[in-house]
Ligand binder design. Sequence first.
Ligand code: ZN
Length: 235
Amino acid sequence: MPDELLERLRRFHDQTFPGIQDQFQDLVERGQHPTILFIGCSDSRLVPYLLTGTGPGDLFIVRNVGAFVPPYDGSAGYHGTAAAIEFAVLNLQVSRIVICGHSHCGGIRALYEGAPPHAINLSAWLELGREAALPVQVSPEALRRTEQRAVILQLERLMGYPMVRERVEQGKMVLHGWHYVIEEGEVHVFDVKSGEFVPASTATHSGTGPYADGDTDNMASPLFNEIDASYARRR
Ligand SMILES: [Zn+2]
């Protein structure tokens, strides 16, 4: 059986890399200085570099099922996403954090339909999106709303990280909530003032923060109500 993956590795090394070697050499010598922490869903159709027109050295990326942010609860465990947030903020000193959910998200759908049996880690992880789920029958609109509500929920959890909250409050860091619609090729950015997700093509900014009063103890945010109201207005 031909090893197609090996072929791809060789092609990268032999054909692609020579054209970008200088750029990587520079990044090695000067180190990485990305200004953006991108927290995105693991979905293969979400390609952060394409969306943002960025390249090597530009984005510090964390991806997981659903683009979820675990609560900052002070417990030191194997919290991969939390560790990455700490590194990005404290070491790299990024000035922007993007939470990027997307349309047709399997993680969000699983909030309604459940995870595969024996997926004990996945089931536990999905609880980080549970509050975004709506008490309705699953439908395309319910999924879209849940995807967007989940983004807001994660933004609020981010504000529970002391090092994030401090920088946001000092105006040194901006948080962005994005919902990428795969079939439109468009990111809808969250506007904290209107409580709406606005297509990037008509938006006046790439996302706003901080979020409410940062009251992360009360996860059932008023922002949820605003986004629900915005859906109601569009009907
Ligand atoms: Zn997803």
